[in-house]
Design a protein around this ligand. Structure first.
Ligand SMILES: [Zn+2]
Ligand SMILES: [Zn+2]
Length: 118
């Protein structure tokens, strides 16, 4: 992909842009945050991505590894380290898939047993 130096349409700073981009990454981030806060302001649950983002001030911060609440699926009351306000963080544990042609032994065993019963 060819990239060129453009001036950001928002802040006027030069940045290396793809042909479809007109804002620098800093401004893009700012827009994202504004949009996030707009949705949070009307009471919506907004997707944060890899890190929690405070729905009051828009601060993105890293989950505290010491706090098991960040790793338990469900809704938790969190306090933003930036503005100190409390909010509800809803956590979804994500899954990944691995495939194998052979079924594990215990599963085959299990299946055999159910077949015997019926
Ligand atoms: Zn900019
Ligand atoms: Zn905050």
């Amino acid at each position: 992909m060819p990239s060129e130096i453009k001036l950001c349409a928002e802040c006027g700073n030069p940045f290396k842009a793809q042909f479809y981009e007109s804002y620098c990454s800093k401004c893009n981030k700012k827009f994202e945050r504004e949009e996030f806060l707009e949705e949070a302001a009307v009471g919506k649950e907004v997707y944060c991505g890899d890190n929690p983002v405070c729905p009051w001030c828009g601060e993105e911060y890293e989950a505290d590894f010491e706090d098991p609440d960040y790793y338990r699926e469900g809704e938790h009351a969190m306090t933003c380290p930036e503005c100190g306000k409390e909010y509800c963080l809803s956590i979804t544990v994500s899954y990944s898939y691995d495939a194998c042609r052979e079924l594990p032994k215990w599963m085959a065993e299990d299946r055999r047993r159910t077949e015997e019963v019926s």
